[in-house]
Write a new protein. Structure first.
Length: 318
């Protein structure tokens, strides 16, 4: 019996590992393609790539369960993918397809698919956090046994919405999880110029949040920390996850690279790339091979192009 349980646990761990890898891979390939399509004039929405940060969105969302809700930030496209929103569904929103869920009036981070737990975001930095607290309050009042999760960047620390959200969530013991993608930059401004410390945990603890510092480039750390956070939130204490990471891609498809002097940091963080680390884990654990991962990558690129052509046909037929 014990050997069967061990085998089952090992199989489940392999399944999660495979999802962590493939969802991060699709996120990266999709964002790279969107940047290219936007610059070629094939789609109009500005793209904010998350290269190097994909583990946070994917790992946190894979730890959620049925009934939980997620509000992505403008740089967490991986959250939508991990929550089950297809590439075609996302493309419809930014290519003005007549089949778009939001009638083609939504920006990428405004789009929502409530049936899969993905709720709309906000253009205002930090504005969506109060919405996440409202969702958590509804869950608490209705006894749903679910949690509300929201992503944001460390630049949101300067927004009153974050502090007001933490105040009400801590005071009312809401089932809320705040996930900070702490990449150390606010567009072109390094964290040292706007605050005294890199970590944000000291800002959350006074509001009564349970906190954890997370390696945002380690998919397993994000996943397990998010599972821990969900259990704590359901027990009556909101949670703040401070995910330390670094964006190795450009700011957006419009602005390109905005951070002066980052060359000295890029090589170090490229070695800690979450997609690379997950691939190495899968191979070293005997789950798959480098050849198989290469094949999967080519298949996903083919699916991306098929989805793009499908939505393009919908647009032209409108």
């Amino acid at each position: 019996m014990e050997s069967k349980q061990v085998a089952k646990a090992s199989h489940e761990r392999s399944d999660v590992a495979w999802r962590l890898y493939t969802d991060m891979l699709v996120t990266r390939l999709f964002e790279e393609a969107c940047v290219r399509w936007e610059q070629e004039g094939k789609m109009s929405a500005q793209v904010f790539p998350s290269r190097g940060q994909e583990a946070i969105a994917v790992g946190a969302c894979l730890a959620m369960q049925q009934g939980d809700t997620v509000i992505p930030s403008f740089r967490t496209r991986g959250a939508m993918i991990a929550m089950g929103v297809s590439i075609a569904e996302q493309l419809r929103e930014v290519m003005h397809s007549p089949l778009a869920a939001g009638d083609s009036r939504d920006a990428p981070h405004h789009s929502s698919w409530p049936d899969r737990g993905v709720m709309p975001g906000s253009t205002m930095i930090g504005g969506h956090l109060a919405m996440a607290a409202g969702l958590a309050l509804a869950m608490q009042l209705e006894g749903q046994g679910a949690v509300s999760l929201a992503f944001f960047g460390d630049g949101t620390l300067g927004s009153g919405d974050l502090h007001e959200t933490m105040h009400i969530a801590g005071s009312w013991s809401l089932p809320l999880i705040l996930v900070c993608e702490n990449n150390g930059w606010e567009m072109a401004t390094p964290w040292q110029k706007v605050r005294k410390r890199r970590e944000l945990i000291p800002y959350a603890e006074p509001f009564g949040f349970a906190t954890r510092r997370v390696d945002g480039n380690d998919p397993w750390d994000v996943y397990h920390s998010s599972r821990w956070a969900r259990a704590i939130a359901l027990a009556g204490q909101p949670v703040f996850l401070d995910c330390i990471t670094f964006r190795t891609g450009t700011y957006s498809s419009h602005f390109g690279e905005t951070r002066p002097g980052i060359e000295r940091d890029l090589s170090e963080w490229e070695r800690r790339d979450p997609l690379k680390r997950m691939a190495e884990w899968l191979i070293s654990s005997g789950v798959t091979s480098a050849t198989e991962l290469e094949r999967v990558g080519q298949e996903e690129k083919k699916r991306l192009l098929e989805a793009f052509n499908q939505v393009l046909a919908e647009v032209k037929g409108n």
